[in-house]
Design a protein around this ligand. Structure first.
Ligand SMILES: *Cc1c(COP(=O)(O)O)cnc(C)c1O
Length: 421
């Protein structure tokens, strides 16, 4: 069973205050996890840039900023979200692809670290403004590293992201000749990876490039960014990543590769999203109906528009029925939403305690890539987000959408208001 960040009664207390469905995040657990990550890497100059797309809510970003995390942005809206929180400069890394000019303009205006996805963007960016003093390139090694990462990110050769190795070397020389003084190297080859050794291998890969850049081009990197991708054990039989194993493995490589090459100090960055918030947010939903046909269906008031991971990736999310511990006589059901799509299922063939209408279900590990992937298909509205603060209070940090929000982009002025019969 994946662990909830709080006793299940907390979800019931929140549901007494807020209409379901809603997301519930735990501030204390998010803080504690961020501290654990930093403690693991206290031997080096380490920086985590929280991948804003995972949970783009100002309260979450601010909480993580207070725990020394920067922000990894990939769009104009994400940049503006940080700007409005007063986060700027090198607290932001802007990792985009197929980037529109207005996004680059905002990143430049904020003084963010700009991480280019392609060599052609050197010219594209310099047509917009003088290149900044510090620049970073995204590396695509062209070969796979992780186990099931390929499922989400794709095989590197098939992935649209990043520079080839040759382009990297040409690119750094080019920007140096154009006056860039400080250099970073980025890669992102893992996603939801639970094999700790793969993160060590990612470090080996970028350290090798760092050493070669120094030896062949006399380019001294200031930082390497290993990307995000630290996994979350969604399934009961999965184990969490071992941060100490990752940190110790990277430390050994640092001592054997980076120090002898004269590259020390080299800052080590990551940009995790899922790992920072995933296990510390849940989706709270209520049973609306039950249906017995060829299968047993438990229909809830949330749907795939609130959390699309199960429908889109077949992702597993543990489910707790509040007040009903799971036991051996659990019966198997599909937990479904109301979307007119048969993949609108939070669980398939899942043993759950016997439920009744109005029972509360807590869908685990929904704190990252959950609400943020929500959509309005079928006229579904995105739900509220609630933070359980470190003081144990519930604070609504995003209201639910209303029908007015849904209709706001439509123009009815050409249609008579009279009711037709
Ligand atoms: C999505 C993404 C991340 C965060 O990924 P997680 O799996 O949530 O850690 C980090 N960097 C880039 C470039 C991304 O696209």
């Amino acid at each position: 069973m994946s662990q909830l960040p709080f006793p299940e009664q907390v979800a019931a207390d929140a549901a007494a205050q807020f209409p379901t469905p809603f997301y519930l995040y735990d501030e204390a657990a998010i803080r504690e996890n961020a501290r654990r990550l930093h403690r693991a890497f206290d031997w080096c100059d380490f920086k985590e840039f929280f991948a804003v797309k995972a949970t783009p809510n100002p309260y979450i970003i601010q909480t993580l900023a207070e725990e020394s995390c920067g922000a990894d942005c990939s769009s104009l809206a994400e940049l503006i979200l940080c700007e409005r929180l007063g986060i700027g400069g090198e607290e932001i890394i802007f990792t985009s692809n197929d980037t529109p000019e207005k996004d680059y303009r905002k990143a430049l205006e904020l003084g963010a670290i700009i991480n280019l996805d392609d060599i052609s963007h050197i010219d594209y960016l310099s047509n917009i403004a003088d290149l900044p003093e510090l620049m970073c390139f995204r590396y695509n090694p062209g070969e796979a590293l992780g186990s099931d990462s390929a499922f989400i990110i794709g095989q590197p050769q098939e992935a649209k992201y990043g520079f080839t190795r040759d382009q990297l070397f040409a690119g750094y020389q080019d920007i140096r000749s154009r006056g860039v003084k400080r250099f970073g190297l980025h890669t992102m080859v893992l996603s939801n990876e639970l094999n700790s050794q793969f993160f060590v291998e990612t470090a080996r890969m970028v350290f090798e490039i760092a050493v070669q850049l120094k030896q062949e081009l006399d380019i001294q990197l200031e930082f390497v960014n290993l990307g995000g991708g630290l996994g979350v054990p969604y399934k009961p039989d999965q184990a969490a990543v071992d941060l100490d194993l990752i940190s110790n493995g990277i430390r050994e490589l640092y001592q054997s590769m980076i120090v002898p090459a004269g590259l020390d100090p080299l800052k080590i960055c990551m940009e995790n999203g899922r790992y920072m918030t995933g296990p510390y947010g849940v989706l709270v939903t209520r049973v609306l109906h039950q249906k017995q046909t060829y299968k047993h269906y438990v229909g809830v008031d949330a749907c795939m528009a609130n959390l699309m991971r199960p429908g889109m990736y077949g992702a597993f999310h543990d489910i707790t029925v509040v007040g009903k511990p799971s036991s051996s006589d659990d019966s198997v059901c599909d937990v479904v939403g109301s979307l007119c799509e048969n993949n609108d299922k939070f669980a398939i063939d899942r043993p759950l305690p016997e439920v009744q209408t109005d029972d509360l279900l807590v869908i685990h590990d929904a704190g990252a890539h959950g609400h943020s992937m929500g959509f309005q298909y079928n006229g579904k509205l995105r739900c509220a987000e609630v933070l359980r603060t470190s003081e144990g209070e519930f604070k609504q940090i995003r209201r639910g959408e209303t029908l007015e929000d849904y209709f706001a982009t439509l123009d009815f002025s050409d249609f008579p208001a009279a009711v037709r019969s």
